[in-house]
Design a protein around this ligand. Structure first.
Ligand code: THU
Length: 172
């Protein structure tokens, strides 16, 4: 399946936030009525949206960020540049910042370089705010910390570098 959107050049934070706002329309939030949307940018400009999907048993709820990552990873994507996140009460414009929960930060860490991956927050009437993954997940535990037990026997160093080039080598 194709991505939800394909940028031909590096998008602005505002453009990514716009796609997160669109993804938020798909949130399934009958319990919290708090709708979150995410737009995950792959290194070749493809974008996968995500929204939170809740569950009557509550704990199986999937956050917007994880929905976006799981969709993209299932499609074979492994190289990511940024994610935009917007969230707030369902049916209203987003007026406050919505930051990724701890579980989502850890899931992001699985596939992203903490030193380069950008987390972009959006809300109506403000310029987006931007953080590096390492700022919102300091001293995180990642695949390379498993050494020989990690994916393909990784040991030390930087996950993204060892993973090879970006999807298309176009430098996003
Ligand atoms: N939620 C997200 O989808 N992403 C976040 O960054 C924070 C929280 C969801 C989970 C739940 O469906 C609702 O927001 C309220 O916690």
């Amino acid at each position: 399946m194709a991505a939800d959107y394909q940028f031909e050049k590096v998008p602005s934070a505002e453009e990514l936030v716009e796609l997160a706002v669109k993804a938020r329309e798909k949130a399934y939030v009958p319990y919290s009525h708090f709708a979150v949307g995410a737009a995950l940018l792959c290194s070749d400009g493809a974008v996968y949206g995500g929204a939170n999907l809740e569950n009557a048993a509550y704990t199986p709820t999937n956050c917007a960020e994880r929905t976006a990552f799981f969709r993209a990873v299932f499609e074979g994507r492994r190289n990511f540049s940024a994610i935009a996140v917007v969230g707030g009460p369902e049916g209203q414009l987003v007026s406050e910042w919505c930051t990724p929960c701890g579980v989502c930060r850890q899931v992001i860490r699985e596939w992203c370089n903490p030193d380069t991956f950008r987390v972009i927050l959006g809300r109506a009437g403000s310029k987006p705010r931007e953080f590096l993954l390492r700022e919102i997940l300091p001293m995180g535990f990642g695949p390379e910390d498993l050494g020989e037990s990690g994916p393909s026997g990784m040991s030390g160093g930087n996950f993204v570098e060892r993973d090879g080039a970006s999807d298309c080598g176009c430098g996003y």
